[in-house]
Design a protein around this ligand. Structure first.
Ligand SMILES: Nc1ncnc2c1ncn2[C@@H]1O[C@H](COP(=O)(O)OP(=O)(O)OP(=O)(O)O)[C@@H](O)[C@H]1O
Ligand SMILES: [Mg+2]
Length: 299
């Protein structure tokens, strides 16, 4: 039995293609970057320094997981630990004692670079490790001829074997970081989404400008990567808004959220792409890899 006064409402059929695309955390249309095509040949590498003199912003975490994601896409990746704390080496499970480290390569120019390269548990991702010895490099390099170009000349010797070399810098703007910037084609600046994040970025950009003027005219800013973002807090959203206001399209569309999976993955000395391959954080780093390939920062 049907009721005679029943009102039937015709609902329009939703056509997803006609809906406005959702906005991502950076306020821009959320795009999904295409899965890159495999490379037919490898090298020479594009060298990217991960740099921010502020500590604990995600430089090492990004070096590890961006490196692993690019390797998953078939890129040959060399990660260079350029911090005496050796966090990158620990995070990728590399040996740091009784082995050749980046310090040995800086000091003994005749040393064979391939001697220092170790494979990691991720196929296609290699590392040159560092340990606390590297903290003496600042002192040793002061009197060297062309002291800013030493890392560049070390990396030149293995550049043809890789598609990308990622340099994990220490949190300072000393001579090691200037070496990293001099050796690099691009800089990636991880920025933690918290107040004071922008403090110091002006000084970092000034340093990059000086390196461009005096040592490495071709260096580019590849992007600013917002890390440790928490969409539930107004605080995080406001900081990201200010970062986008200040740096516009230099801010990468990919944003890395805050999750305890990263410290967990560090303890297991594996990239998050292996430790929790299905986790949103692993997918975020894969997206970063796809975005950088789409932007042309990586082959
Ligand atoms: N997205 C994230 N969410 C939660 N924790 C994170 C995230 N990224 C990094 N961490 C954690 O924050 C700490 C600092 O990160 P990381 O070591 O990558 O920073 P860094 O910039 O390399 O630090 P430093 O300047 O000391 O070298 C680590 O314990 C790491 O596991
Ligand atoms: Mg670090």
């Amino acid at each position: 039995m049907t009721r005679s006064n029943e009102v039937r409402v015709e609902l329009p059929v939703l056509d997803e293609a006609s809906l406005p695309a959702p906005l991502g955390p950076t306020g821009r249309t959320l795009r999904s970057f295409p899965v890159p095509k495999p490379l037919k040949s490898h090298g020479p590498a594009r060298i990217i320094a991960l740099c921010n003199q502020k500590g604990g912003v995600g430089k090492t975490t990004t070096s590890i997981n961006l490196g692993a994601s690019l390797a998953e896409y078939g890129r040959r990746v060399l990660a260079v630990d350029f911090d005496p704390q050796g966090a990158l080496s620990a995070g990728l499970g590399a040996q740091t004692h009784d082995v050749t480290t980046i310090y040995d390569l800086l000091l003994t120019r005749t040393k064979d670079v391939s001697e220092a390269i170790q494979h990691t548990s991720t196929p296609g991702l290699d590392i040159i490790p560092a340990n606390i010895d590297l903290s003496a490099a600042e002192v040793h390099l002061v009197n060297e001829v062309a002291r800013e170009q030493i890392l560049a000349s070390v990396l030149r010797k293995v550049s043809d074997d890789y598609d990308v070399i990622l340099i994990d810098c220490q949190p300072s703007l000393g001579i090691l970081t200037v070496n990293a910037l001099t050796a690099s084609h691009g800089v990636l600046i991880p920025l933690e989404c918290e107040y004071f994040a922008l403090r110091g970025v002006a000084l970092l950009i000034e340093t990059i400008d000086k390196v461009r003027e005096r040592l490495n005219p071709a260096i580019q800013l590849d992007g600013i990567l917002a890390t440790m973002y928490d969409s539930r807090t107004l605080h995080s959203r406001e900081v990201l808004e200010r970062v986008v206001d200040a740096f516009g399209t230099n801010v990468l569309e990919t944003v890395i959220s805050r999750t305890v999976k990263f410290p967990d993955a560090s303890v297991s000395a594996t990239p998050i792409t292996q430790f929790a391959p299905e986790h949103a954080a692993a997918e975020a780093y894969r997206q970063l890899a796809r975005e950088l390939i789409t932007r042309g920062a990586v082959a």
